[in-house]
Design a protein around this ligand. Structure first.
Ligand code: ATP
Length: 300
């Protein structure tokens, strides 16, 4: 099968730092693919190599069947790139900014308004870019990356520095653009973002891919216990330890948390004791996968 992106054995070194240390992955057409990892993991460097912005020291990469390096003009109309720091013309309005980008690709000026609507910025069409909020500017930069209707889109930490609500709004936009067979590659250091948006994720750390797969498959592969929590003081810790199917119990003064492989049995036993105040049940997450892989807390 012809992959939209095929990378094998990519390497890039900056002085003593092996920023990318043998990275291989394939992305299928129409996939929403995430590269997930903490700061400095090498995500941006991988993306830049694939985009044709940076030359690898070693390895092979093909994008839409073509080598991206040396910079390949035939690829440019087919890919959209949203960089971490967007270079806007600050005095232009949001609409003018999009029209300017679009004109580089021969896109009709009218498309600017359709793009503004897609990212929820119609009411900001006449506002100068320098007056947009961080979240609005991020949405505009995504619209700029999409103005020429590329079949493959790269988004480098599109929700960085956004508040939780703006992040959620942007997730809706990103889920929306992942249609019509478009392929999206996104880097993020938010586990929940990758879990919610991506068909498959590559978890990177220190220049390597540690694990690659569908988020749910990675989490299921862990076979990690679920956590049932109730408000602290709802029942004594000793009683919680005696519950059927309780593996571990911890009480931090706010919540009493029972780790278990059988959350149904724990909840039923708590119900029988009338001890369900503030009950919550949580399964393992990608964060647990990262912890398992690296033996340490995730450092975003
Ligand atoms: N132009 C450069 N010159 C020297 N070192 C660099 C350069 N770009 C990146 N590095 C180093 O390479 C490593 C990987 O950086 P990279 O930006 O690819 O990571 P990242 O996962 O994208 O991080 P972040 O989440 O902070 O963007 C880091 O140690 C970084 O300091």
């Amino acid at each position: 099968m012809a992959y939209t992106i095929s990378a094998s054995g990519l390497r890039k070194r900056y002085g003593d730092v092996a920023a990318v240390d043998g990275v291989s992955f394939d992305v299928e057409a129409g996939e929403f693919f995430g590269i997930l990892g903490p700061n400095g993991a090498g995500k941006t460097t991988v993306l830049e190599i694939v985009e044709g912005l940076r030359r690898a020291d070693g390895g092979e990469v093909s994008v839409l069947g073509l080598p991206p390096w040396p910079r390949n003009p035939r690829l440019l109309p087919r890919i959209g790139v949203q960089l971490q720091s967007s270079a806007f013309f600050e005095r232009l309005t949001a609409r003018e900014q999009l029209q300017t980008f679009g004109s580089l690709y021969g896109v009709p000026a009218a498309r600017a308004d359709a793009m503004l609507e897609m990212v929820g910025l119609t009411d900001k069409a006449g506002v100068q870019v320098e007056k947009l909020s961080g979240g609005q500017a991020q949405r505009l930069s995504i619209a700029c990356a999409l103005v020429h209707d590329p079949e493959l889109v790269f988004l480098d930490e599109p929700t960085a520095a956004l508040d939780p609500q703006a992040r959620r709004n942007l997730w809706d936009v990103l889920a929306g653009i992942s249609t019509e067979g478009r392929t999206i590659v996104l880097t993020t250091h938010h586990m929940d973002e990758a879990e919610s948006l991506c068909d498959r994720v590559a978890i990177m750390d220190a220049g390597r891919i540690l694990q690659l797969g569908a988020p749910a498959a990675l989490v299921r592969g862990l076979d990690a216990p679920a956590r049932v929590s109730v408000a602290s003081g709802t029942l004594p810790v000793e009683d919680a330890r005696a519950l059927p199917a309780a593996d571990e119990v911890a009480d931090d003064g706010v919540s009493l948390v029972v780790s278990t492989r059988d959350p149904g049995a724990v909840v039923a036993a708590l119900a029988a004791k009338d001890a369900l105040a503030g009950v919550r049940i949580g399964g393992a997450t990608l964060e647990d996968v990262f912890l398992e892989l690296t033996g340490r807390e995730y450092r975003a």
